[in-house]
Ligand binder design. Structure first.
Ligand code: HEM
Length: 383
């Protein structure tokens, strides 16, 4: 008998996942979706269980697009191999490391220089501001800023094209190969320079990462660490331009901008899912997932789970329900979350301080698209 899992299509999830996910939470919270050939897990407690039990739900999936495209990296491994890489690579992304210095001194300057270059009249804020700010931040922290922020963005796009090449299209695969060759040459040159500067890449080398580990994990950081802060900047600006009540509240109490950043990450969850694979037949939410099946813990669903959040779709700057799951919940919790949050907060703060009269362009409406990665492609504003 055909069930809910047979009705769901990828197109419908990409266009508007929230109603489908709400129905799954109510009717079939652990559901095999035929079109995706995987299980969607949509309630908070079940996704937390998946993330807390790598022995039952491994990140080392087989096959793995991530490992095939980027090479084995921390997100394709379970503890303890993953823990070792994480311990080496986390410090430069925290407040006490390279990211802390960058956020205090260089990030505001980078934002201001991009704001100085913004055109008058109507323009797409994602392309003109959010994207170079996000690419430039990661390039600077990693120590790849000599190549220019456009180059960083093109590496990100090339790797993401390859990662999304589920149908094995040879043209898309060629884009991936060209990107990896170009980025590989830049990384080889970087590694040859030695490791005595303050960049994150030098830190990784000094703390025991091999050249291959640096290359594969920097590919992961570039493919996953630029789109999300970019989307966060665009979405927070959009919320502030459409919600004068929230803007007034934040102007009266500027610290509340941090709360808004969290609420926007919770409600819009730029990273839709975490993908794992059952290592044995596992019971979850009253059904048995057979060994070998792929399981997606749906972060955007648990961030709107009515059994976990009061009035989940409302932006509430005074929530007391604890942290959301947009940066994931378990061993693979986002490595760049501290840096990403600061990029969004400072990026928005500097922009609206310099351009207080910025408004949405009434000739364009915001379109948010995607399931695995969801965000606005463009945000048209008038300065
Ligand atoms: C600010 C917006 C960001 C969001 C919403 C986000 C979200 C996530 C999520 C949900 C995961 C878990 C994926 C999984 O378990 O399958 C993750 C992991 C990861 N993120 Fe982020 N991310 C963001 C920014 C960044 C930045 C700026 C970097 C730069 C280094 C980064 C690097 C990573 C890495 C390396 C992992 C893998 C961690 C591991 O496997 O232990 N992310 N991120």
């Amino acid at each position: 008998m055909a069930g809910l899992g047979d009705e769901i299509t990828m197109e419908a999830l990409e266009a508007d996942p929230d109603a489908i996910l709400a129905r799954l939470r109510r009717e079939e919270p652990v559901c095999r979706v035929a079109a995706l050939d995987m299980w969607l897990v949509t309630r908070w407690d079940d996704v937390a269980h998946v993330e807390e039990h790598p022995e039952l739900f491994t990140a080392a999936t087989e096959p793995s697009f991530l490992a095939r495209t980027l090479g084995p990296n921390m997100l394709t491994m379970d503890p303890p191999a993953q823990t070792r890489l994480r311990e080496i690579m986390l410090p430069p992304f925290q407040a006490g490391g390279r990211s802390g210095e960058f956020v205090a001194a260089e990030l505001p300057r980078l934002a201001d220089s991009l704001i100085d270059g913004l055109p008058n009249g109507s323009f797409d804020l994602m392309a003109a501001y959010a994207q170079p700010l996000s690419a430039g931040s990661l390039a600077t922290v990693l120590g790849l800023d000599d190549h220019g922020f456009d180059k960083m963005w093109s590496w990100c796009e090339g790797l993401c094209t390859d990662l999304a090449n589920f149908a094995d299209d040879p043209e898309l695969a060629a884009v991936g190969e060209r990107t990896k060759a170009d980025l590989g040459a830049a990384l080889a040159a970087r590694l040859e320079q030695g490791a005595d500067d303050d960049s994150a890449i030098s830190w990784f080398t000094r703390h025991g990462a091999t050249a291959e580990e640096v290359v594969n994990n920097v590919r992961l950081m570039i493919s996953g660490g630029i789109n999300e802060p970019r989307d966060g900047i665009g979405l927070v600006v959009w919320v502030l331009l459409t919600r004068p009540d929230l803007r007034a509240e934040i102007e009266a109490e500027p610290n509340l901008l941090r709360r808004l950043v969290e609420e926007v990450f919770r409600i819009y969850s730029p990273v839709g899912t975490v993908t794992r694979q059952a290592t044995e037949d596992v019971e979850l939410g009253g059904v048995v997932i057979p060994a070998g099946d792929l399981v997606a813990g749906v972060l955007r669903s648990v961030n709107l789970d009515e059994s976990h959040w009061h009035d989940p779709t409302a932006i509430d700057l005074h929530r007391r329900e604890g942290s959301h799951a947009a940066f994931a919940l378990g061993a693979h919790r986002c490595l760049g979350e501290w840096l990403g949050r600061q990029e969004v907060r400072i990026g928005v703060e500097r922009l609206l301080a310099a351009k207080p009269d910025l408004v949405l362009d009434p000739d364009h409406s915001l379109e948010i698209h995607g399931f695995e990665f969801r965000g606005p492609r463009e945000l048209w504003v008038v300065a």
